[in-house]
Ligand binder design. Structure first.
Ligand code: GTP
Ligand code: MG
Length: 367
């Protein structure tokens, strides 16, 4: 069976080394000062850092080339150019970095907070101070910086859903996924609209929560009826479950809920011990609202009323989903996604090829 894979091609580039500087000292009463051009700064490296509060690659933009900063040119008075900043690309655990062309695995990123230096920035060029000899005391040249490296890579990640939707066909599972995430699953006014599982990513309070919408489960599913049973595998590793019960339907909602639990139990008893909520769906429909109190009184657990049509109850649901998935981690610890992702390479400082001819103010126009 297909597993869910998030994959994305991007480019990464380390920074170019800054060029060395050609400059000459100029002091009062010293007509011909010696060379004082400083070295260029080092280009920044490309580093991958693993962050376990990221779950997907959605914070990256496909086909974009992310660049570390270039080193700045050296300056007069032997001033060293500033080193370029490293580019840190945050990825979730389980991400593999592959060569975009050959598919070779270049990095396997697993451990939270680990860092992996992937591309090294170019070293800066030497300034003209380095080139003075007894025969040439006024070298008018300096080294260019070494260029950085650019690589096209493919990031790959197997997704494991955090929360699985369980419900009869037509209960409103796909509609709910569409409301909670940017996924656009097919929604239909007939059973078995969903034929293969859909995944969506809910971004709640700076955290990615992966939701899995699977085909509807019906009574007898564990004996092979319907489609949903085959797909229970996809929710077998989720942290939590949502049971969706359509209160506008003619079927007895208590019976529906009991049947769902029974089918899950037949598949894997452990599933029933998982944290879960019961959702009463389609609450915009008057009949559904009329049946809510009775349903609540008959099930011993908390029932959350929601409507995907009007979004009523959705914000409360998102808060609950967030707390279901935040185990030991405090909210404050949640992801900081750095600005690098909007980093515009055209803003980049300096990148003259070859040595800079810049002259420090002290060298004047004099020679
Ligand atoms: N009024 C109302 N209708 C809804 C709501 N949510 C879903 N529906 C309708 O219910 C029908 C079934 O919705 P789906 O989201 O496809 O249900 P599903 O559970 O994914 O169904 P399967 O994929 O067949 O298992 C569609 O006609 C939806 O428009 C809701 O909140 N209010
Ligand atoms: Mg569906």
């Amino acid at each position: 069976m297909n597993s869910f894979v998030d994959e994305m091609k991007i480019g990464v580039a380390s920074g170019n080394g800054g060029p060395g500087c050609v400059s000459f000292r100029r002091e009062k009463y010293v007509p011909k000062g010696g060379p004082d051009g400083g070295d260029g700064g080092r280009g920044g490296d490309v580093i991958f850092r693993v962050k376990d509060n990221l779950k997907t690659l959605t914070h990256l933009r496909p086909n974009k080339t992310y660049r570390a900063q270039n080193g700045l040119p050296g300056e007069g008075r032997k001033k060293h150019g500033k080193d370029g900043e490293d580019l840190v690309v945050l990825v979730p655990p389980g991400t593999q970095v592959k060569d975009a062309e050959t598919g070779d695995i270049l990095l396997d990123l697993v451990e939270n907070n680990s860092e992996h230096r992937f591309l090294i920035g170019g070293i800066g060029g030497q300034g003209n101070t380095h080139f003075a000899t007894s025969r040439n005391q006024t070298p008018r040249f300096a080294q260019p910086g070494m260029p950085g490296e650019t690589r096209k890579i493919r990031l790959e990640l197997s997704l494991i859903a955090d929360i699985g939707f369980v419900g009869y066909p037509n209960a409103g599972k796909s509609s709910l996924l569409g409301v909670l995430t940017s996924a656009h699953p097919k929604v239909g006014a007939y059973p078995f609209t969903t034929k293969i599982p859909n995944l969506g990513v809910l971004r709640a309070f700076n955290r990615d929560i992966i939701l899995a919408d699977i085909p509807g489960i019906i009574q007898g599913a564990s004996e092979g009826a319907g489609l949903g049973y085959r797909f229970l595998k996809h929710i077998s590793r989720t942290a939590a479950l949502l049971f969706l019960v359509d209160l506008s339907d003619y079927q007895d909602p208590v019976e529906v809920f009991e049947n769902l639990k029974q089918e899950l139990h037949a598949y894997e008893p452990e599933l029933l011990k998982r944290p879960h909520y019961i959702l009463a769906t389609k609450m915009d429909i008057p009949e559904a609202r009329e049946r809510l109190d009775e349903f609540r009184s008959k099930v011993s657990e908390e029932v959350l009323p929601v409507s995907s049509a009007t979004r009523d109850g959705i914000d409360e649901l998102i808060k609950k989903l967030f707390s279901l998935t935040v185990e030991k981690k405090s909210v404050e610890e949640a992801v900081e996604v750095p600005d690098y992702y909007s980093y515009d390479p055209d803003d980049d400082h300096s990148n003259a090829e070859g040595a800079s001819e810049s002259r420090s103010e002290s060298s004047g126009g004099k020679e």
